[in-house]
Design a protein around this ligand. Structure first.
Ligand code: TRP
Ligand code: ZN
Length: 854
């Protein structure tokens, strides 16, 4: 039962789309910056849109103080509401002029124009521009912008090409969500780039004074991205300058504003002493991602926010391709799949499951999800697998040619591929319109004259979608027998609920026991259920020529071992240990791949594995079993870990590049096992001798895990003045804490003077250290973890709803757990729901998570 609280916000529906009644020829904005009273003047030339029937002149606007409004030079008195204004306008071209006042300093939601460390910056995606001035704030309204900025601050930036001090013109029509403005006391790390057709581009990365020596890697990544997009997609940059600004207070990773990308400083600033190899890899990927949006997102944008995956899925796919080219393709693929399973499969299995292209939302910020981004990227990858590289390229080229300058839909995108391939993609389109992770079941047999392999698909029900149609699933597979590949890599398109493939025995060598290698390269985002014997999995760990499936074979053997351990069969099969050791020793393999083979499924993965095995997950048992198995691996293989730890010692001066990072990854994996097997001495020495953050953090984590009493204080003493490094300190103390200690430690840290909860990075570091990285601590049977999170969500929701809503997904798996824990979580969800002045963002998330229990 719900109390009589304010009416629930109405959802927006894809089916209700109508074009805006007017087109815009030009936008002129002038800003007079002031921390608490910024004035924004706009002059916008509108004309009736011949393709629209509704000529209501409604402009979005939120939290604005209207000073004046004029139409064609005449003062007018628009009707103001909480969400915007409406005015009577001529049925002919006209000029709208308005002046508004806004308060950047009071803007703690970090959406619109806000301040961070004395610097002004903006974040407009998805619907933040309406907090800057009155405007049709929707992505299908595109216009060229001219911006003038009046301020004493030395650096004044906006989109496009510079025209003079504080004056910018962006000739490329764009929607308002790509608008950006930055003003501050900033310094640039600069470089230049010449496009393939010879146009010079000035590149600048703007940071606070003192940080300019931490920009070299991001700059290098930018130049490589620009070259890569020219070479791989034929896309060149299109302005005389490309600016990147690093901001400490930022709700997400980064933002692709035209010509003026704004980044969370965590994805720009790096030095060997302060950034880990993972940080470097993220910087490279995110710089590329935002740069690639210049074409996939900016030159061609989305008609409405339901089409978000049109730009995000495609751009994630492109940044993954880029990283695969820059680094080890196999290691990148495995990393992407680990992320997909950890975040997207988890989302798809719970109450927040939604389509890659959702059909309704209350708050669009809640749909910047793993499903839209990561599953969206898998969908592009499948399209490429199904059509092949050449048709994929041709389809992309047609899309760029045909739709440049437009705001498009998934239908527009797919039509390009249907056209170049002469193929109907309506079944494929279900990947955009059906939620849930399909289960792909395989079975095989010798039947009379044939070897048969049967593939079956089941798409589970999801909220609002009880019944599903069969998907088009690209399945790459090969067959092994007795260590030999007897059927080479084959692409099968599963387009029906069930399909049987046949190979005449006469075409195969004599069979002993066939081991199919299915879903090679993870050719579709599905859950594979293949009844391989444990021994067959162990054999594929050494035999499979597909690196993804070679890793996957080990992964599934490990998962099976852990689930058995959780069920009470407390032993690690010697065959598995032997295979892990074979792999660890194999010098022909990339060290990063060897490290991945040694990593265990996470506690969250194991909780889902328990559910799949029909048992209610107990977070403590999962934690204990996982630790026990790690301990067994550590003691059995200690000698080899020691050898590899020595073999992977630095082979030259520090570089963040993939080959060196791979060596550090393997070395630090060995360190973590050796610390478990032999105690803290080696980790202490590693910590003391560390010359880079990768090694220091590895030693720090290992020491926290074994309970070193003073390592946290030492780390703090060294790094207390570095925000990004201190985020790691906050996170790791919580994530490495024993289950009973995690919540008390987290609570204690919220009282630390450096716990600035209004900074999203700091808040997330501490909270995710508990909720994502320490499930046994978060799910403590006392309910203390749930209460702790709920208290903070209620608090942060008052200042930054986006951040609170995002963090609330920690509760999305609540139905997995026992009745006591379910009741505790539901109690907290109800408490949040009843909190005064709950935001639309958090309110929607809580309602969706409660589902039928609301
Ligand atoms: N479009 C951005 C990206 O994918 C992400 C984004 C959406 C964002 N909304 C945001 C970033 C709000 C920061 C704040 O790169
Ligand atoms: Zn993006």
């Amino acid at each position: 039962m719900k109390d009589a609280v304010p009416p629930a916000p109405q959802p927006v529906r894809l089916a209700d789309y109508t074009p805006f009644g007017f087109l815009i020829d030009a936008v002129h904005l002038s800003f007079t910056l002031h921390p608490t009273a910024t004035r924004v003047k706009s002059r916008i030339t509108f004309r009736p849109n011949p393709d629209a029937s509704d000529r209501r002149f409604f402009l979005h606007g939120e939290g604005l103080t209207l000073i004046s409004a004029r139409i064609d030079g005449q003062d007018c008195a628009p009707t103001l509401t909480d969400t915007g204004l409406e005015a009577a306008v001529p049925d002919a071209p006209f000029t709208w002029e308005a002046e508004v006042e806004i308060n950047p300093e009071a803007n703690t939601a970090l959406e619109g124009l806000y301040m961070s460390n004395g610097m002004y910056c903006t974040q407009c995606e998805a619907e933040g521009f309406r907090k800057i001035t009155y405007y049709p704030d929707r992505p299908d309204v595109m216009a060229p912008f001219t911006v003038a900025i009046d301020s004493d601050l030395p650096v004044l930036l906006s989109n496009g090409d510079p025209q003079g001090p504080g004056l910018w013109h962006d000739p490329w029509p764009k929607p308002a969500y790509l608008f950006a403005l930055v003003a501050g006391d900033l310094v640039a790390h600069s470089d230049t780039f010449t496009t393939a057709s010879g146009a010079p581009v000035d590149l600048n990365i703007w940071v606070r004074p003192g940080d300019e020596d931490k920009c070299a890697y991001a700059m290098d990544a930018l130049k490589r991205s620009m070259r890569w997009d020219e070479r791989e997609y034929g896309r060149e940059y299109d302005l005389s300058v490309f600016n990147i600004v690093a901001v400490d207070d930022f709700n997400m990773g980064a933002m692709e504003n035209k010509g003026l990308n704004i980044f969370n400083s965590k994805y720009v600033l790096a030095s060997p002493e302060t950034a880990t190899d993972r940080d470097y890899a993220f910087i490279e990927a995110i710089v590329a991602h935002e740069y690639f949006h210049n074409w996939t997102g900016n030159r061609i944008t989305c008609r409405d926010w339901f089409q978000l995956c049109l730009k995000e899925g495609l751009t994630v796919f492109r940044d993954q391709q880029f990283s695969a080219d820059m680094r080890s393709a196999a290691v990148e693929r495995i990393g992407n799949v680990l992320q997909l399973r950890a975040r997207q499969f988890r989302e798809d299995a719970g109450p927040l499951a939604h389509n890659v292209r959702p059909e309704s939302y209350v708050e669009i910020n809640n749909f910047y999800t793993a499903t839209v981004y990561e599953k969206g990227a898998e969908v592009i990858g499948m399209l490429r697998t199904i059509l092949g590289e050449d048709l994929y390229r041709a389809g992309c080229n047609l899309y760029f040619d045909r739709h440049d300058g437009q705001a498009c839909t998934i239908e527009d995108w797919l039509a390009c591929f249907e056209e170049v391939a002469g193929q109907d993609l309506s079944q494929f389109k279900r990947w955009y319109t059906q939620a849930g992770t399909p289960v792909l079941s395989a079975s095989w047999a010798v039947e009379a004259e044939d070897f048969t392999l049967t593939l079956r698909q089941d798409v589970p029900p999801t909220p609002g979608q009880p019944l599903k149609e069969p998907m088009l699933i690209p399945v790459r597979l090969a067959l092994y027998d007795s260590g030999a590949e007897i059927v080479p890599d084959t692409l099968v398109l599963l387009d029906s609920p069930e399909m049987t493939l046949r190979w005449p025995l006469k075409d195969l060598p004599p069979l002993a026991e066939v081991a199919p290698s299915i879903l090679r390269g993870f050719s579709a985002p599905v859950i594979l259920d293949a009844p391989l014997r444990f021994g067959q999995r162990l054999a594929l760990m050494a035999e499979d020529s597909d690196p993804f499936n070679r890793w996957e074979a080990g992964r599934s053997a490990m998962r099976e071992t852990l689930v058995n351990h959780i069920k009470g069969q407390k032993f690690v099969p010697p065959g598995l240990l032997a295979m892990l050791e074979v792999n660890l020793r194999d010098k022909s393999l990339d060290p990063a791949f060897r490290a991945l083979m040694l990593a265990l499924p996470s506690e969250d993965d194991l909780a889902q594995a328990c559910v799949d095995a029909g048992i209610v997950p107990d977070p403590d048992t999962i934690h204990d079993s996982r630790r026990a198995v790690r301990h067994d691996i550590a003691t059995t293989m200690a000698a080899e870990f020691r050898r590899q730890f020595d073999a992977m010692a630095p082979d030259g001066p520090y570089s963040p590049d993939a080959p060196q990072a791979a060596r550090r990854t393997l070395r630090n994996t060995c360190l973590s096992y050796l610390t478990l097997a032999e105690g803290p001495a080696l980790a202490r020495a590693h910590y003391d001798g560390a010359t880079n953050m990768t090694d220091q953090i590895a030693a720090f984590s290992a020491l926290l895990e074994v309970g070193d009493p003073d390592i946290a204080a030492r780390f703090e003493g060294q790094w207390r003045d570095d925000r990004l490094v201190m985020d790691k300190w906050f996170m790791l103390q919580v994530s490495e804490a024993a289950p009973d200690a995690a919540v008390p430690i987290a609570e204690g840290l919220t009282r630390h003077p450096l716990f600035d909860w209004k900074n999203p990075n700091r808040f997330r570091a501490l909270m995710a250290g508990l909720t994502a990285a320490n499930p046994a601590g978060f799910h403590h049977r006392s309910g203390a973890g749930y209460r702790f999170l709920a208290d903070w969500l209620i608090r942060v929701d008052q200042t930054n709803p986006q951040t609170a809503a995002r963090m609330s997904t920690a509760f999305e798996t609540w139905r997995r757990y026992d009745a006591d824990r379910q009741a505790l979580i539901l109690g907290e969800l109800e408490r949040i729901s009843a909190a005064p002045s709950l935001s639309r963002d958090l309110g929607e998330m809580i309602d969706r998570m409660r589902g039928d229990d609301a």
